[in-house]
Structure formats: C-alpha cells, structure tokens
Write a protein that binds this ligand. Structure first.
Ligand code: HEC
Length: 138
C-alpha cells in the first residue's frame, strides 16, 4: 500500500468511527425517560390533547367514554367504570398518574392494565389524567 493509500484508509476509518459514535448518540430515545414519580401538584394537563391520546391508546379497553362497556379482549379483571363519581373521587390524581405510567401491577391492580411510561411522556400522562377526569367530572 502506498503511503497515500494508507492515509486514505485511516481517514475513512476515522470517519466511520466518528459516524458510528454520533449515530449511537442520536439513537437515544427521543422521550425523556420517565421515572413515573407522580408530580407533586398540578398533575392535570390538557384534557383536549388527552382525548386524542386516549382514543389512540386506551379506548379499546376503557371505551371512548371510560365506561368500559365494550370489552374487545378477554379480561378476568375488566376496567372499572370511570364515570362512577364515587369510585373516581376515591382515587387521587397521583394514583391515576402512577396507574397509567407504571401499569396495573404497580398499583396492586390487574396486570392487564399496561404500563405506558416508556411510550408516553410526562406531559402525555398529565393530559390523559385530565381527560380521564372528565368522564366523572371529578
Ligand atoms: C389492555 C387493556 C387496557 C388498556 C389498553 C388500558 N387500560 Fe387502563 N386499565 C385496564 C384494566 C383492566 C384496569 C383495571 C385494573 C384493576 O382495577 O384491577 C385499568 C385501570 C386503569 C386506571 C386505574 C383507575 C381505574 O380505572 O381503576 C387508569 C387511570 C387507567 N387504567 C387509565 C388508562 C389509560 C389512560 C390508558 C391509555 C394510555 C389505559 N388505561 C389503557 C385495562 C387497560
């Protein structure tokens, strides 16, 4: 190999290394990792935005209106009716946040309720809490 060729090979090698490193760095998840610790206050976000997220991710199990009347999959523990004022009043926003972020098992409920902390942002979950609250007006 001529010295020129050797230099070129090294240059290409260095370039690939740099590219590899920057690709690896940009492969970081776009989502800030959510540790699922419920915010202390003002948990409720934008209910309107929450509605869209709910239709997309939650309505299959909970119904678009939270009544869970249409259960499309077999569930031993079907979701509660989230329009039930007494039931929803007993649950605080931090509990709802945790249920959504960490899933049913984390709150001592059915593991059929998935955890969303790896796909939904903190803001998404706050928006969902706000929307879920509209079902019962609590
Ligand atoms: C695969 C079905 C399924 C999906 C999808 C689902 N859930 Fe659930 N969810 C459940 C079940 C079942 C429970 C009840 C667990 C129990 O009470 O044992 C539950 C419980 C909850 C609770 C706890 C309060 C309550 O109603 O008892 C909240 C809040 C909740 N879900 C919100 C959501 C949101 C928001 C989404 C979408 C991001 C979602 N769920 C998606 C099945 C589901």
């Amino acid at each position: 190999m001529t010295p020129n060729r050797k230099f070129a090979t090294r240059l290409i090698g260095a370039f690939c290394l740099t590219l590899g490193i920057s690709l690896a760095a940009s492969a970081e998840p776009a989502l800030e990792s959510n540790n699922c610790v419920p915010p202390i206050e003002n948990i409720r976000g934008d209910a309107q935005r929450g509605q869209d997220l709910h239709l997309e991710n939650c309505a299959d199990c909970h119904g678009y209106d939270g009544r869970a009347e249409v259960i499309v999959m077999h569930m031993d523990e079907p979701p509660h009716d989230q329009t039930d004022v007494e039931y929803m009043t007993a649950l605080n926003d931090a509990f709802l946040y945790l249920a959504i972020c960490s899933g049913g098992e984390a709150i001592g409920r059915s593991l059929v309720m998935p955890f969303w902390g790896d796909v939904l942002s903190d803001q998404d979950i706050r928006d969902l809490v706000a929307w879920v609250r509209t079902f019962s007006g609590t």
